[in-house]
Design a protein around this ligand. Sequence first.
Ligand code: GDP
Ligand code: IMO
Ligand code: MG
Length: 429
Amino acid sequence: MKSIVVLGTQWGDEGKGKIVDFLSEEADIIVRFQGGHNAGHTLVIDGKTYKLSILPSGIIRKNKISIIGNGVVLDPWTLLDEIKKIKDCGIDVTNENLKISNSAPLILPIHSLIDNARETQRGNKKIGTTGRGIGPAYEDKVARRAIRVADLNDKVLLKEKIHKIVDHHNIWLKALNFEIVEPEKIYNQLLKISHSILEYSEDTWLLLEDFKQKNKKILFEGAQGTMLDIDHGTYPYVTSSSTVAGQAANGSGFGFKSIDSIIGITKAYTTRVGSGPFPTEQANLIGTKLGKLGAEFGTVTGRKRRCGWFDAVMVKQALKISGVTSIALTKLDVLDTFESLSICTSYKVGDKIIKYFPSDEKTQNMILPLYEKMEGWEKTTVGTSNFQNLPNKAISYIRRLEELIECPIDIVSTSPERKDTILLKYLFS
Ligand code: GDP
Ligand code: IMO
Ligand code: MG
């Protein structure tokens, strides 16, 4: 197995960063292919915590190449800040181990301004975005007016493009009495950093093609999760990128037939940050306990994550949509002290029982989850290195999830630490 896609199967924050870091021991190249700095990926290595939002999680390891692909929307200032922070932790970041696609569209200060202005305008119908300008930046990309990394090479063209994009948005900002933006200011801000960004830029699809020819092991790191996907998620309460497996190919320029396996990262329960439907949400003491034990606070915005039981209907759907071949089940330890556990196995909508997540908002809001109960194991699983040493009831929970979602669980994670990970199957073979 030479190329693996890792993606979230719920509403993000499943522990993708931890698993990508774990798997990147074997990988040569780690590629981000969508999203932007709305992502927050946490790695804990020998007690030291690293929080990454735009750099691929492989950056922490020596002798690996990290690529930011064309499918990412890149805030260049955030990237430079993150590079500095990571360097301050003693990690090497050079143009040898970090490459940025020439075709990645930039997130400009005007994008976060618009993002927040739109949220204000939505009143009590807010999406609960991260406010990072992700949606507006993707809109500009499909509207064909984005500034891309390679545009930083040509000052004259850059100036022209910035005026075009800012003039376009100022009409709307002005009409709604929001503060308008000065194009020259953005131009000058970009000029100051363009050299530092261009240092890393390349036609990264070409690099990937070369690595493929050399039989290198490539890991594609997804951000967000399937239920936040622009097409397959809980629209409109979603992010603005495609978060499913096919995007690994599109967002990097890697032929999709060369992808060998797809690992879905799945939390042993469910969380969501931001607004939108969440059938198994426990807005009660159970949810509070899950949130407390799982330290469920957003890495990017610090917001409290909503918590609930495992939703097998939703996860199974996510796996089918992406063609997931293996699961990494994370945060099993968070369930260690529960006397009993519930798993959602189907939905009741009106007088119908359904086994899929409906696509229209109205029906989504009518879902009543139907649960199956299992006994909790009430023993610690933290740091268990061998699957057979897990409590029997924890093994039964894992086996039942596998049956319900119709996919093998090949990795089990029992703490935030890199080393507390049980590998049941060698995935790069
Ligand atoms: P990502 O966005 O999918 O990379 O996930 P985040 O990093 O935003 O959130 C997952 C959180 O859970 C992080 O704080 C991780 O350190 C932590 N985490 C990951 N795996 C485990 C696990 O198995 N057990 C526990 N208790 N925490 C975990
Ligand atoms: P990682 O990679 C969890 C959510 C936001 C909001 C919606 C739209 O860490 O799993 P956006 O700023 O993208 O326009 O916000 O998507 N969201 C995430 N939730 N984890 C993430 O990333 C997320 N990235 C965006 O909370 O509901
Ligand atoms: Mg996260």
